[in-house]
Structures are given as C-alpha cells and as structure tokens.
Design a protein around this ligand. Structure first.
Ligand SMILES: *[C@@H]1O[C@H](CO)[C@@H](O)[C@H](O)[C@H]1NC(C)=O
Ligand SMILES: *[C@@H]1O[C@H](CO)[C@@H](O)[C@H](O)[C@H]1NC(C)=O
Ligand SMILES: CC(=O)N[C@H]1CO[C@H](CO)[C@@H](O)[C@@H]1O
Length: 544
C-alpha cells in the first residue's frame, strides 16, 4: 500500500537540426498567431462583459455580518477551541449559523436542503456533556471539531437529506447513508447544517440548475461562484458555514474557492475515500475525482484533511510531519500557452509576481520560472481523461436513461428541456471528435514525468488559477477552455491548494494555486498558511 510510484527518468530528446531561419520564421508566425487569437479572445470577452453588465445592472454584495455574530467569521479550529473551553456553546454557534444561512440564502441561493434545525438538539447534548465534564481529553482529541457546524455539496450523500444532483427528476430523492468523508467529519464532532447547490451532476463551471436556480457570488451577486462546489464557496465566504467538504474532478473545489475568495484543497488522488461522492463506491481503480476541504482559513485545511484521509495512506501522506517552507524549492508558470485560453490578466500576473517575490525573500533557493510540457494542451488532456472515468455523465444527466445529445439540444432550443445550457454542452461534447488516445497518453506521461522530476520531494509549483477573476453569470458559456488552469492537475493526480490573495480593482478575489508532487499535500498546506500570513488570506465580502 505504501509504495510510491517511482519516478520515471526523462528521456533526452535528440535535437533536430533545422534550418535556423525557417525555425525563426516559424517561431515568429506562431507568436503572431498566438497574439491575434489572444486579441480576439480578449475582445470577445470585453463584449460579453459589457452586454452582461448592462443586463444585470447594479452591483450588490451579500448582507454584512452584524456585530453580535462576528464570531461566525472565526476559523473552525478556533471555534472548536471556544466550545471546548466553554467560551461559546455549540448551540449558540449552530443557531447563529442557521440564522446567517437564512439571511444570506435569500441573496445567494446556495442551499438545496437545510438548514437542518435538528442539529440544535445535537448541539444542546454536546453542550450539556461539556458543562458536566463528561468529555475526556481523549474524546476531545478524537473529535477536534466537536460541536462545529459544516456543510457539503448536494452530490455528496448525507443520510436522510436531499440528494438531487441538481436534477428535476430527483427533486425528492434523499440519501440512505453518509458518504465516507461525511461520516468521518461527523465522527470528528462536526454537525452538518445543509447540503448546497451544484451544477447538474457537477458537470459545468457555473453553479446553476433548473431545480434550485443559480447560486450568486457574495462579492457581486451578478457574478458566478464557479462550479461545481459553488454553494459551498458562497456559504463559507459569507460566514454562513464554518467549513465545507467539496469534490474536485476538474477544478470543482478550487474554482469556487478562487471565485469566492476562500481556501480549497484538492488532495492527491486516493488520499480520501470517495464512497458516496456522486454515487462512487470508493473502489474505482482509476479516477481523477477527489473529496477535499474548503475553508476561510488555511489552518483549518490540515486538521480537516487529517480526519478525512484514508489511514492506509498516512505512511505516504505523512500529515504529522513538520514542514519548513523556507527549505522548499519554488517554481512558477506564467501562462499555460494554450491557444484557446485568454492571456492571464495583468492583475493576476502582478499577484504572481508578488508571491514569487515573497518566496525570493524567505526561501533558501530562488524561485524559478518554468514551462511544462502539456499545459498548452490541458483542455484536450482533461477531455480525454474524462472519457476514461468510471462515471457515465450522460446516464447521470438522464437519471438512468441515455440521452441523445441532438434531441436534448433541440428540446433546449425550443424551451422543452429540463436541463441547463451547461449540461447540454457536456452532452454535445460527447459527439464531437474524440481525442487521439495514444497521443494524449504520451503527452500526459511526459507532462507527469517532467513535473515529477522538477518538483521531486520538495518542490512547489505556483500556477495561475484562472485567467480572470469571477465572471458574470453565463459568461463561461462563451469561455469553455480557461478552466484548464485547474483541470491539468486532475489529469496529473497531484495535490493543489487554491489560496486567496486579496481583491482586484473590481472587489473580486484574486488567488494562486499551490501544487506539489503526489502525496506532498502537507507541503501545499504549509505554503498556503505562509501565503495567508503574508497576504492576509480571506477578505470578507462585506465590512467586518
Ligand atoms: C430518478 O431516479 C431516482 C433514483 O433512481 C428515482 O427515485 C426517481 O423517481 C427518478 N425520477 C424520475 C422522474 O423518474
Ligand atoms: C415530490 O414530492 C411532492 C410532494 O410530496 C410531489 O407532489 C411531487 O410530485 C414529487 N416530485 C417528483 C419529481 O417526484
Ligand atoms: C499562480 C498565479 O499567479 N495564479 C494566478 C491566480 O490568480 C491571481 C490573481 O487573480 C493571479 O495573480 C495569479 O497569477
């Protein structure tokens, strides 16, 4: 179990002798083409933005937290300590969180099922036991989140609660049992308060479906929260949930974390058992999907990962090892080079520069800019590897009946469809030409080999999260490729933490992805804490 996949040695490639002049010319034509396409994408984006801004009108943010509830902005581990030390009761925390949920949900539309008022009874029992000294030190140690409320996305099973996958056909369907990760968080003392909104069967970049509608961004409700753990992003950032459990197959934890200004960790594939996440059995031999924590504070991520991680993987993950961020080696990539993606915005590039500068100052070795084989084809890589997934998204969308993409498109265009446009896109994607398997496997192998060799045991890759901060609702229907900045790390099965880094000129969250070799999740999380300390981390979407 504890044997790590050995590193593969990069083959040295034979240099081709080409005419220098023709290669210069080719280089120049390529750059020109890249430039022209970039310009076209930027202009298209600007036009979409102008139209959507006009359509949505005035900017609005989520309601502020009133002063007697300001404790809701604290971290999960701080709140757990306050409960343990009898400074706050679990009942106070749960009641305040439920009230906050009701207050923000009118504006954000993030909840599918909940808030679960019966959690108040559970909280009362915990408070009683604490007040009567009935909880031993051992029990406190085994339950680090005792009495702390949390949420999870609708696609992850919570016993007795709605499990709709965002489908009208599953309007009343509930789960029979808890997903493995939910059971583990409950065992650690967590109290589930709601299940939250997702795109249909998790398969789109925006959180919208025809059952619940669209979830709005707390920093600007005209904008998307991303997907698929979008309800989580909205509730956590607006202090209506203490922490959340997401899943990530192509950016689904990191995308909403970025757009909503919080932390999200996509663990190494296999680190957490996925039983109960979108019908997974947890025994699938090969998959890109992982469950992981989402929170306002970096320091919550490691304790959450510890309680959810498969104990059999601890010998690889070594989550209790201390990490010295000054001793790690830092690498960064400025641009994926993918022709279909817009260039990364100046503000995001500046953020990267600041992050790199920070590590220049504190780390023993200077950060190095690199390029990675395959990032320029990340969309194709992910598209191919999605076809190798055990889940059949077409059957999921059809609630067990296979859908014909063309018929669904026609139904959509004639307003007869139960599905959103995002879902129709993923159906249509099935009938577009397939990627060439051998070619893609070879690019993936090379990319994996290169990254493994560069990062080794102690390397950290800093990568843009996306080319732009949170777009308007619907804008991503005109930009289907840029999320490859996230999905490339699903293809590679490596851990990646999304770190918030302040707000841009429009008041929207900026951020960066912190990536390490497989099983070095602890390195990502230590760097996330360092960046939080240096740059301030989560900035609330209201004045605190
Ligand atoms: C969809 O599937 C679920 C579970 O398989 C079932 O309970 C439900 O009735 C189905 N919905 C429709 C409209 O058939
Ligand atoms: C869901 O339940 C309600 C009331 O119990 C019922 O009227 C409705 O038909 C059900 N919807 C589906 C899709 O099963
Ligand atoms: C690695 C990196 O810099 N990623 C980008 C993610 O987002 C921020 C802000 O939007 C950018 O500054 C980063 O460059």
């Amino acid at each position: 179990m504890c044997v790590e996949k050995s590193k593969v040695v990069i083959r040295t490639e034979k240099k081709k002798h080409t005419n220098k002049l023709s290669s210069l010319f080719r280089d120049f034509s390529w750059k020109l083409l890249y430039y022209i396409i970039s310009m076209v994408l930027i202009i298209k984006d600007k036009i979409t933005d102008i139209i959507l801004e006009f359509y949505f009108g005035e900017k609005k943010t989520c309601p502020p937290l009133n002063s007697e509830n300001s404790f809701l902005a604290k971290s999960a581990i701080e709140l757990a300590a306050l409960i343990r030390n009898r400074k706050v009761t679990s009942t106070q925390l749960v009641e305040a969180t439920i009230n906050r949920m009701k207050e923000v949900n009118d504006v954000l539309n993030a909840i599918v099922d909940g808030p679960f008022e019966d959690a108040i009874e559970e909280a009362k029992k915990i408070d009683e036991r604490i007040a009567n000294n009935q909880i031993s030190e051992d029990e406190f140690a085994a339950k680090p989140f005792l009495g702390v409320p949390f949420t999870t996305k609708d696609s992850t099973s919570v016993s007795g609660r709605l499990h709709t996958l965002g489908l009208l056909a599953r309007k009343n369907v509930t789960s029979k049992e808890d997903a493995e990760c939910i059971a583990l968080v409950k065992n650690a003392g967590g109290l589930i308060l709601a299940t939250t909104n997702i795109p249909e069967v998790n398969k789109w970049q925006e959180t919208r479906n025809n059952l619940i509608g669209a979830t709005n961004n707390p920093y600007d409700v005209r904008r998307t929260v991303g997907g698929s753990s979008g309800g989580e992003g909205a509730l956590i950032s607006s202090c209506a949930s203490t922490f959340g459990i997401g899943t990530d197959i192509g950016g689904s934890i990191r995308m909403p974390a970025f757009y909503c200004g919080i932390f999200g960790h996509k663990p190494t594939v296999g680190a957490i058992n996925t039983r109960g996440c979108t019908f997974r059995t947890g025994k699938e031999p090969s998959t890109m999907v992982v469950a992981g924590p989402m929170s306002r504070y970096a320091k919550d991520l490691l304790p959450l990962l510890k309680i959810m991680a498969d104990p059999k993987k601890e010998c690889l993950l070594k989550l209790n090892d201390k990490v010295d961020v000054r001793k790690l080696k830092y690498y960064y990539i400025r641009e994926s080079g993918e022709l279909k993606c817009k260039p990364v915005s100046n503000e995001l590039q500046l953020t990267m520069t600041n992050v790199v500068k920070h590590f220049e100052n504190i780390a023993d070795t200077k950060p190095t800019e690199i390029k990675l084989h395959g990032t320029d084809r990340a969309t194709k890589l992910w598209r191919f590897w999605m076809t190798q997934e055990p889940s059949d998204f077409n059957l999921l969308l059809g609630n067990g009946t296979r859908l014909n993409p063309m018929i669904e498109l026609i139904k959509k265009l004639t307003f007869q469809s139960d599905l959103t446009m995002g879902a129709i896109y993923s159906l249509i994607d099935e009938i577009l030409p397939k990627e060439k398997a051998d070619k893609i496997k070879e690019i993936t192998r090379k990319c994996d080999e290169e990254l493994t060799n560069i990062l080794g045991d102690d390397g950290i890759l800093l990568y843009h999260n996306m080319t732009r901060t949170a777009p308007f609702h619907y804008a991503l229907l005109f930009n289907v490729c840029d999320f490859s900045y996230w999905s490339i790390f699903n293809v590679l099965h490596v851990p990646a933490t999304q770190v918030p880094l302040g707000l841009d000129s429009k008041g929207l969250p900026l951020g960066v992805q912190v990536v390490a070799s497989r099983n070095r999740d602890r390195h990502c999380l230590a760097v996330a804490e360092e960046l939080e300390l240096a740059f301030g981390g989560w900035k609330p979407p209201f004045k605190l």
